[in-house]
Design a binder for this molecule. Sequence first.
Ligand SMILES: O=C(O)c1cc(=O)[nH]c(=O)n1[C@@H]1O[C@H](COP(=O)(O)O)[C@@H](O)[C@H]1O
Length: 236
Amino acid sequence: MSKDQLIVALDVDSRAKALELVSELAGHVGFFKVGMELFYAAGIGIVQEIVAAGAKVFLDLKLHDIPNTVGRAARVLVRSGASIINVHAAGGSAMLQAAGAAAREEAHRLGMPAPLVVAVTVLTSIDRETYQQEIGFSGEIADRVRAWALLAQKSGLDGVVCSPREITLVRDACGPEFKIITPGIRPAGAQLGDQRRVMTPGEAIKAGASHLVVGRPVTGAADRIAAIKNILDEIN
Ligand SMILES: O=C(O)c1cc(=O)[nH]c(=O)n1[C@@H]1O[C@H](COP(=O)(O)O)[C@@H](O)[C@H]1O
C-alpha cells in the first residue's frame, strides 16, 4: 500500500483545526479530505493551503445539480489544486459528463494536471432497509452501485466512491484502472457511528480499493499517530 492510498478526512469546523491536524499527521499521511463542514467554514483557500504544504487533497463536496451548474462549479473547484473531486452518480449521465469535461478543460486551460472526478454511489451510511423503505429504491444496494459505477465509467469519469462491501463487484464490472475510493472504514472494534456498510482497512485493500477514506477512527483517537500506525499494520 502506498502512502497516498490512505486519505484522512478533516471533518473539523475551522482552518486552524484543519492545519493543526495536517501538520500533526503530515509525516504519516500524504492525502487529506476536505468535506463540506471544513469547506463551508474555511472556503476554497484551505485546499490551496494544504496543497501548498505538500499534501494532496480530495475535495469532497458531492456536487448534485443540473449539468450546467455542476460543470461550472467543477471548473472553480479545479482551480483549488485538488487531486480528486466528486459528484453524485444520481445526477445522471449528462451531469457526470459535464463534470468530467469541465474539470479536464479547466485543468488543460490552466496547464495543471486534471483531478480525478469520481461519482458517489450509495452512501456508506445507508443500510438495506433505509434504501428500500425510505429512499424508495427497489432491489439491492449492490446492483445500484454496479449500475452507477458503469454509468460513471461510460460518462468518462475516473472512478467511484462506494462502500468497501462493493469493491469486488465494481472492480469486476469496471476493470483494474477504475478508481474505487472507500469510506466506511472501521478498524476491528472501532465504533461504527453513523456508518453502516463497513470493512476493516486490511479487508478493503485486499478487496482492491484504490484509496481508503478514514475520519473519526483517526481524528477522534487519543493518539492519532498510533491510530494511523495500527491501520497501516493491519493492512500490511
Ligand atoms: O464521499 C465521501 O467521502 C463519503 C461517501 C460515503 O458514502 N460515505 C462517507 O462516509 N463519506 C465521507 O467519508 C468520511 C468518513 O468519515 P468517518 O466515518 O469519520 O471515517 C466522511 O467525511 C464522509 O463525509
